[in-house]
Design a protein around this ligand. Structure first.
Ligand code: FAD
Length: 316
């Protein structure tokens, strides 16, 4: 079933979460071990992130360096199929522009269709670690909106092969939104215009980047509504867990902590202290969002379902 149909059919705020594929060489059991504790909250869909290649350099004879591409977390599509098979819950693979030609994207979508997966979260993806800016594949897409357009074309039966009308796909497409602005955007206004373009191109719902201040989410939703974005906007929450998160998350995800939370974090001396603050903060955020009638709360578990279980147990 499509995510948008789940959202439209719901009488109350839904629970959903996102997992990462395991590191290459680890078994899929680690994924199931992360999902099992959360099944009691009846997720209607589970997202699986996509991780593109990275480059490493290996030293060869005479000091020469060989550049090698590796993908540390392959398996997004296989994991989605396994989740649907084992739990009978819809899985949402993340599909990115980075590293894909249009034809590879088309073929990936055909695989998804054959597997009965009719949801995708369409993203641009970040630059690879060794590049300072995002570089699109020469035959690929520069922005998520172009990927959404390609999927919508397939939904209309228009594949890359010109002049031949083929069997249409039927994908429900989600897109990413940033309550605190995407870090490359000139300002929130242009970012919102590009977000609207993604919706106009065919995204039927939005999932937000993590945020720790609900006010920012509410303002973002209002700004979206003011420019005519009417689709559901699912808030994404990430529970803080380690001392490292205190500086890493603002740096990596370009988000701010509200003053009250930063005060609480400053008094933390150990990972356990941060984890406790993270749980309490996420419970408080979730309760307020649920009371406001958000369609769904999406948790970034980052393979840390025990913490999300404690939060969901207080909210759902
Ligand atoms: P876009 O919508 O293409 O926007 C990228 C930037 O370009 C923005 O600054 C936007 O304002 C600007 N822009 C957009 N369209 C245009 C245009 N036509 N002209 C000029 N500027 C434009 N990354 C992964 O690699 N794998 C994942 O699984 C993954 N999952 C994610 C899930 C969620 C819910 C979120 C919020 C992010 C996720 N990301 C993931 C990260 C995401 O790929 C990055 O944030 C990326 O930098 C932007 O992706 P986007 O789809 O928002 O890009």
């Amino acid at each position: 079933m499509k995510v948008i149909d789940h959202l439209n059919a719901a009488n109350d705020t839904l629970f959903s979460f996102e997992i990462l594929p395991p590191l290459k060489g680890k078994s899929i059991q680690s994924i199931f071990d992360g999902i099992d504790p959360l099944m009691e909250f009846k997720p209607k869909f589970i997202n699986v992130t996509y991780h593109r290649e990275e480059y490493i350099y290996k030293e060869r004879e005479q000091g020469l360096l060989e550049k090698i591409a590796i993908r540390k977390r392959p398996g997004t599509v296989g994991i989605c199929a396994a989740i649907m098979n084992k739990y009978q819950v819809d899985a949402v693979p993340h599909l990115i522009c980075g590293g894909f030609s249009k034809e590879e994207t088309e073929n990936a979508l055909i695989d998804l269709q054959f597997l009965g997966i009719d949801n995708v979260l369409a993203l641009r993806g970040d630059s690879i670690k060794t590049e300072s800016n995002f570089k699109p594949h020469p035959q690929g897409h520069r922005y998520a909106v172009e990927l959404i357009e390609q999927i919508q074309e397939m939904n209309s039966g228009n594949y890359l092969i010109e002049d031949i009308q083929l069997e249409p796909t039927d994908f429900c497409i989600g897109a990413a939104g940033y309550p605190e602005k995407h870090f490359e955007a000139m300002n929130l206004t242009t970012d919102l215009q590009y977000l609207k373009a993604k919706v106009d191109a065919g995204a039927s719902y939005i999932v937000t980047q993590m945020f720790f201040d609900n006010k920012k989410y509410f303002e973002f939703v209002e700004a979206c509504r003011n420019i005519g974005i009417t689709v559901p906007i699912i808030p994404g929450l990430k529970p803080l867990k380690t001392l490292n998160h205190i500086s890493f998350l603002p740096k990596f995800f370009h988000i701010d902590y509200p003053e009250q939370l930063s005060k609480e974090l400053l008094s933390c001396k150990s990972n356990a202290d941060v984890e406790q603050v993270g749980i309490e903060w996420a419970i408080q955020q979730s309760k307020e969002l649920k009371a406001a009638g958000v369609p769904c709360i999406h948790y970034y578990t980052m393979s840390n379902s025990e913490q999300v279980k404690k939060i969901a147990g207080e909210v759902f």
